[in-house]
Design a protein around this ligand. Structure first.
Ligand SMILES: [Zn+2]
Length: 257
């Protein structure tokens, strides 16, 4: 059986947001600002679509006053994906902007690294204030309810979840962040989520300021670079260039590969 060739789409559901540049370029350019977007990603082909990340729930988006927020279900509709029938959702890591919308996917199986799950859902340290800042308690409670059911797949390190779709742990930003390696027409591409918030990190080795383990983070760059067929197939989690430098297929949606 031949391995399916997939297409990858970036879908903006929030932003643009102005941020201090030092947040996405670790302790660099303290006096400058930068702009980021919030995204989910759709991998289309084979038995897909496979969606990477859930976006934010409407309730939390309102609480956190996310400007230009669009319900991820509405964004997916623009490329004819019905959120109600999505079967596969990769949760890159358990921060609100990536997991809060989990309940918007009623038919999906969620793939989460076991290490990530154990920290955010089971470790009491995750209830301390620095870790609560990027947390959506409702999403975490929902994940906890799914444990032991067939809707939650806890991954240990590396796993092919479908032909041409492989998950790999790439810690640093969080303890169990995972990237998705995808077979595309151009070779293996990495939907990296926040292993790099912007292309700058892949280009320079300098991560964002949101660090849980810096040593692991640098090793994760080596790991994903070795996995991608070329450097231009490494896609970050929040860069506005994902909208600007790729062909637009619908409002706030581009095709990356
Ligand atoms: Zn993020």
């Amino acid at each position: 059986m031949s391995i399916p060739v997939y297409e990858i789409y970036a879908l903006k559901y929030g932003g643009p947001y102005n941020r201090p540049a030092a947040i996405v370029r670790w302790l660099q350019d303290m006096d400058q600002t930068t702009t980021v977007n919030y995204y989910i990603f759709a991998i289309v082909g084979g038995d897909g679509p496979i969606i990477v990340d859930c976006g934010c729930s409407p309730k939390l988006a309102e609480e956190r006053k996310l400007g230009n927020y669009v319900n991820p279900g509405e964004v997916l509709k623009r490329i004819n994906i019905d959120i109600g029938s999505v079967k596969h959702v990769v949760v890159s890591h358990i921060h609100f902007d990536h997991v809060s919308g989990i309940e918007l996917f009623p038919s999906a199986k969620f793939y989460v690294q076991e290490k990530e799950y154990n920290f955010w859902i089971k470790n009491p340290i995750a209830q301390r204030r620095p870790f609560l800042l990027p947390t959506d308690p409702a999403a975490n409670a929902f994940l906890k309810k799914l444990e032991g059911t067939e809707r939650l797949s806890l991954i240990r390190g590396k796993k092919k979840i479908l032909p041409g779709i492989e998950l790999m742990i790439a810690p640093g930003h969080t303890l169990g962040l995972q990237v998705t390696a995808v077979n595309t027409a151009k070779g293996t591409a990495i939907v990296g989520s926040d292993v790099a918030h912007t292309f700058f990190s892949y280009e320079t080795d300098i991560p964002s300021s949101y660090i849980m383990d810096m040593v692991s983070w640098v090793k994760s760059y080596d790991k994903v670079r070795a996995k991608a067929s070329s450097p231009d197939l490494l896609f970050p989690g929040h860069d506005i260039k994902l909208m600007e430098n790729f062909p637009r297929v619908a409002e706030d949606i581009t095709r990356l590969a």
